[in-house]
Write a protein that binds this ligand. Structure first.
Ligand SMILES: [Zn+2]
Length: 266
């Protein structure tokens, strides 16, 4: 599940593969960029902002003065992979390829990317300016995230944690797990959450703990089937109390929770 940590890891993969390199070719397989050619552009840096990826480029020529950002979003199923030149692109089927970026040292292939767009770097905010504080960003601001959450007291905490305008990087997995660990029903109104700051701090710690690896674990175990408390565990026994974990729709997403460990307040 691509959440903030996966996107952070992906940004790092692209940074290692391409940063500082001059592109020797590009191949966009989406209609809106079909005629775009980034040959000669230099990759300045790769960054993540919440669940958004930003590949920042400088134009060809001695000054590299024009700055553009290639934006992509992984949603549920997107991925970037870096290959050595000549290596077979084996990660995903070829029909899922949306863009190929070639450099002398590496080839970056983007699969099933969403919201692929090339914008002037100065206008990145058009794409990511609405986001709340980035849980894994260098400018992470917990107080601001809490302030934004608290500004909508009647929202359910389950939906509020997923709303990237409040804080950026939490997806469904971390949402479910944080709420379990805090003993909060996903339907708890934000105003009834006893310690919003503690909840936000825990989410940040869980994402940060999973930086640098691709297996997402909130339990401390990396063994298959033991990496989560409730997420993906419908009808299985709660690891704490043994009650069957439930799965239900909440807003636009499903949520997993233990009805005993996570009671509604009042
Ligand atoms: Zn339980």
């Amino acid at each position: 599940m691509p959440e903030g940590d996966t996107v952070w890891n992906t940004a790092r993969v692209l940074q290692r593969a391409l940063a500082g390199a001059r592109l020797t070719g590009s191949d966009f397989r989406v209609p809106q960029l079909a005629t775009t050619d980034l040959t000669g552009w230099t990759v300045r840096e790769s960054a993540s902002r919440g669940k958004h990826l930003l590949l920042r480029l400088g134009s060809p020529g001695p000054d590299g003065g024009e700055r553009r950002t290639l934006h992509s979003h992984l949603r549920m199923d997107g991925a970037w992979r870096a290959y050595a030149p000549g290596e077979r692109w084996a990660a995903r089927p070829a029909h899922l390829i949306r863009v190929v970026l070639r450099s002398p040292g590496a080839v970056a292939v983007g699969y099933h990317l969403h919201e692929l767009a090339l914008v002037p770097t100065a206008e990145e905010d058009r794409l990511v300016g609405h986001l709340g504080p980035d849980l894994l960003g260098p400018d992470w601001d917990q107080a601001e995230a809490v302030r934004r959450l608290a500004a909508h007291p009647d929202a359910t905490i389950g939906e509020a944690l997923l709303d990237q305008r409040n804080l950026a990087g939490i997806g469904n997995l971390y949402k479910c797990e944080v709420l379990f660990l805090r003993g909060l029903s996903p339907w708890t109104p934000v105003r009834a959450v006893p310690d919003l700051a503690g909840t936000v701090a825990l989410a940040q710690r869980l994402l940060a703990a999973n930086r640098g690896r691709w297996t997402q674990s909130t339990t401390g175990s990396l063994h298959r089937g033991q990496t989560s408390y409730v997420y993906g565990r419908r009808a299985q026994a709660c690891r704490r109390c043994g009650t069957a974990v439930r799965k239900e729709e909440l807003g636009e997403r499903v949520t997993y929770w233990c009805p005993v460990c996570q009671p509604l307040p009042g």
